[in-house]
Design a protein around this ligand. Structure first.
Ligand code: ADP
Ligand code: MG
Length: 346
């Protein structure tokens, strides 16, 4: 049986029209935004384009029972902004494609766009296109973000050198703790109370999960100031993402567990549920912090500038020879770091 072409309905055109009116403002270099067969952008000479895309599927990446459409949109945009940040790029243009199940009213999609735009808020990212379809099962959302840097200036995963310091921005493990707190209060699971956690700490962790902040400014700073040799954003968890830098750079790494930056709220959460804070910090995904490497002769400058700009960074280890592998040190004991990050299709 031939598949019926999903003809756009009058509602769809109206929906796109509203999107265009609300979010598709003018931008430098933008020749044609929403409303033609393709968006047209005129790249300025001497720039590199950084293109990143993410597909989110209901039931796999988000659950509308525990998360609002607004936070789904917000997190989808943040995931892309974070990839852009890890390249040191300035985020510029956004394309959004949706497959919407019947039970979700199209008008509710504006909640999703509100989240998307809130995430893009201060970066002046312009919505330049996308696609809209019906879905037989579940909501699908695909986001494509285009960012720019000047030519030959980008933070890759492959530049780390033996002897570089390994740094991270922010604190690790908060998002996982927030997710666990949310799932403990989901209507589908029996209510487990986490006593001993202040409402403030609880709100902080849940907010770190639902409303993370991509380190866009920090990424550009590291890139433009030629401070970092390699970078990656922490979307799958430190132990997994560090591995990507090591493989691409053909190096090993030594992580000092006592140095891992862990928020007081995350420590308190771990304590109350009988988990190891270090474990949350090593394996927790979706923190959207940056992991980056810095040559020894740049570290003073890096730390001075970070203080002046109010960026929170922590040195957590050192790049080693490849044959060293990836090891973690604590109390004088060194052992291989287990591979524990979340992977689909496992
Ligand atoms: P086509 O048939 O060429 O795919 P559409 O009718 O799907 O055209 O889209 C018309 C315009 O609206 C295009 O500029 C497209 O990029 C934009 N658009 C469609 N859906 C979305 C969406 N969900 N978000 C943003 N822009 C969209
Ligand atoms: Mg289309």
């Amino acid at each position: 049986m031939a598949a019926r072409k999903a003809e756009p309905t009058i509602h769809e055109f109206a929906f796109i029209h509203v999107l265009a009116r609300r979010y598709a403002h003018r931008a430098s270099g933008l020749i044609q935004g929403i409303g033609d067969d393709a968006a047209v952008v005129a790249p300025s000479a001497g720039t590199w384009w950084h293109l990143t895309t993410d597909l989110l599927a209901e039931g796999i990446h988000f659950d509308l029972e525990s998360a609002s459409l607004e936070s789904v949109g917000y997190r989808a945009a943040m995931a892309n902004l974070s990839d852009s940040a890890a390249m040191g790029a300035v985020p510029r243009f956004l394309l959004t494609s949706l497959a919407i199940p019947k039970i979700l009213q199209r008008t509710r999609m504006h909640e999703l766009y509100r989240g998307l735009m809130k995430a893009c808020g201060k970066y002046h990212v312009t919505l330049i296109g996308g696609d809209t379809s019906a879905s037989k099962q579940g909501l699908f959302l695909s986001i494509t973000l285009i960012g720019t840097t000047s030519r030959k200036r980008a933070l890759f995963r492959h530049g780390a050198k033996v002897g570089d310091g390994i740094y991270v921005t922010g604190t690790l493990g908060d998002s996982l703790a927030g997710l666990q707190l949310l799932s403990r209060q989901s209507p589908r699971t029996p209510r487990l109370s986490v006593t001993g956690l202040t409402p403030l700490a609880r709100r902080f962790l849940i907010n770190r999960h639902l409303h993370p902040t991509a380190r866009v400014d920090e990424g550009q700073w590291l890139n433009n100031g030629k401070l970092a040799t390699a970078a990656i954003d922490l979307s799958d968890g430190l132990s997994g993402d560090l591995r990507h830098i090591c493989e691409n750079s053909r190096v090993g790494a030594e992580i000092e567990l006592d140095k891992l930056p862990i928020s007081p709220a995350c420590r308190a959460y771990a304590h109350t549920v009988g988990a190891q804070p270090i474990q949350l910090a090593l394996t927790g995904g979706e923190d959207y912090e940056l992991l980056f490497t810095v040559p020894a002769n740049q570290q003073k400058r890096l730390e001075r500038q970070a203080r002046a700009r109010g960026y929170y960074i922590t040195r957590i280890g050192t790049v080693r020879l490849r044959r060293f592998g990836i090891q973690m040190t604590s109390d004088g004991l060194t052992q291989p770091m287990p591979i524990t990050s979340y992977e689909h299709f496992r």
